[in-house]
Unconditional design. Structure first.
Length: 317
């Protein structure tokens, strides 16, 4: 157990596997103790068939939560031992119906006392334990159905890596990165347009001197993301969120979210009524990000970009 004390909960799978192996080894000996010719892995399939009803392999798999190939393999092994039989469904010849043979039924009668004793032994362990393992397993199964361990680890990874991201104000030092990141992103999906060159070649004159702001995301001090808040000369909108780009090598670190939050916070501090943006619906992660920030779809406005097919707004007041 010293190994698990060192690794902690990160070795959950290994510890559960060891516990499973221990119980499975005991289960095999228990079957021998009661002279029951079953293997522990057969028990779920055998139990489902013990009610006497014929079932398809698919139905058995669904009931016990196993895969179809796994159940099919078990059925084959049990058939070789003379415990189950298969026959074509009378109503649908494409389906095989599985049932216990007489030998299997005889075992089922003997199994009843074994199940009573095993159940009593498990209850005794539960009474001695500080925690109810059975209830805990049910809770874990439910929680993992809501969100898998893989997805939860992905979230924790994003949170940890986001801690290494720093959002800073634009300075001339980042002029090359501002253009390069946007060119890389735009060229990946679309083509560079005249309006792009105006803002990327001269961010100071096109954005900053007109009352706008640019934020740069640094990951381990390297510029990996940028986004601009452009002051609009428009009766309906005060600012535009534009030129958001994140390096492919830095995606998955919540950089877009952090940049978007910085933009919204800046616009709010400036007393803006709203923020406008233009995008394209093929950029599903970007659209999802904007929606998470609170942007809603609008329509009917002219755009200088050929690639834009969706317009959105965020109301701040």
């Amino acid at each position: 157990m010293e190994f698990f004390n060192k690794t902690g909960k990160a070795a959950l799978g290994s510890r559960l596997r060891m516990l499973t192996e221990t119980i499975t080894e005991d289960a095999a000996q228990i079957f021998k103790l009661y002279d029951t010719p079953l293997q522990p892995k057969w028990f779920p399939v055998f139990y489902v068939l013990s009610a006497g009803e014929e079932k398809t392999i698919t139905a058995i798999a669904q009931e016990i939560g196993h895969s179809h190939p796994s159940v099919s393999k078990i059925i084959t092994e049990m058939r070789k031992k003379g415990l189950v039989a298969e026959k074509k469904d009378k109503t649908d010849g494409r389906r095989n119906m599985v049932s216990l043979t007489q030998k299997g039924t005889d075992i089922n009668i003997k199994l009843k006392d074994q199940l009573i004793d095993v159940g009593s032994a498990v209850e005794a362990i539960s009474a001695q334990a500080s925690h109810d393992l059975w209830k805990a397993i049910q809770e874990w199964e439910y929680l993992l159905q809501q969100q898998s361990l893989l997805d939860r680890v992905r979230e924790q990874r994003k949170k940890r890596e986001a801690g290494h991201v720093q959002i800073v104000d634009y300075s001339p030092t980042y002029k090359t990165a501002f253009k390069a990141l946007n060119e890389e992103w735009i060229s990946t999906w679309f083509k560079m347009e005249e309006t792009d060159y105006k803002s990327l070649d001269n961010p100071e004159g096109y954005i900053l001197k007109k009352g706008g702001h640019i934020f740069v995301a640094l990951y381990n001090d390297e510029p990996v993301g940028v986004c601009a808040l452009i002051k609009m000369d428009d009766p309906d909108y005060d600012y535009e969120l534009a030129k958001m780009a994140v390096s492919p090598k830095a995606q998955g670190k919540s950089i877009g979210w952090l940049l978007g939050q910085a933009i919204v916070q800046k616009a709010t501090a400036l007393g803006a009524r709203n923020i406008y943006l233009e995008s394209n619906t093929i950029l599903k992660p970007a659209i999802k990000l904007y929606e998470k920030l609170g942007f809603k779809k609008v329509a009917g406005r002219p755009t200088p970009y050929e690639r834009a097919n969706i317009q959105m707004e965020l109301l701040l007041k």
